[in-house]
Design a protein around this ligand. Structure first.
Ligand code: ABT
Ligand code: MG
Length: 139
């Protein structure tokens, strides 16, 4: 996958609150092109695997429960410098530290339920995107 792509999820908290449209509008207004898009749900096993890097952390159980409790929106996005620019658009992990104008400032409620995911490297963007979308689903 090209390095001008990233992967995002609109997390269960934001989907539950009806923020899919608002968040997608912020993403496209910021210049990202939608390559792939779907409403789906992570199984407990998917969430455990996705956050395996945090498996020794005290918040791991809650994190897995949260991410698998309801539907998410998965998407592949394209833009120059996509990974870095998208992390800037979503804002800090803890919404209390998120800058004005970021998605988490507007829609996240806590560090545990922070509305959106953005890949942290080109390598992870490719892996995460390929987990959710076949080649035929990438436009
Ligand atoms: P993700 O996009 O979900 O990976 O978040 P981000 O990369 O901004 O933050 P990291 B450090 O990867 O956190 C992963 C998830 O763990 C949650 N978390 C993190 C806590 O609940 N408590 C904590 O003290 C820390 C450090 C936040 C992230 N997911 N959610 N939701
Ligand atoms: Mg992360």
């Amino acid at each position: 996958m090209a390095t001008n792509r990233t992967f995002t999820m609109i997390k269960p908290d934001a989907v539950e609150k009806g923020h899919i449209g608002g968040i997608l509008a912020m993403i496209t207004d910021a210049g990202f092109r939608i390559v792939s898009l779907k409403l789906t749900q992570l199984t407990v096993a998917d969430a455990k695997a996705f956050y395996a890097v945090h498996s020794e952390r005290p918040f791991y159980g809650e994190l897995v429960e949260f991410m698998s409790r309801g539907p998410i929106v998965a998407a592949i996005l394209e833009k120059d410098n996509a990974v870095e620019d998208f992390r800037a658009l979503i804002g800090a992990t803890n919404p209390a530290d998120a800058a004005e104008g970021t998605i988490r400032k507007k829609y996240a409620t806590s560090v545990g339920e922070n509305a959106v995911h953005g890949s942290d490297s080109d390598e992870n963007a490719a892996l995460e995107g390929a987990f959710h979308f076949s080649g035929r689903e990438q436009f």
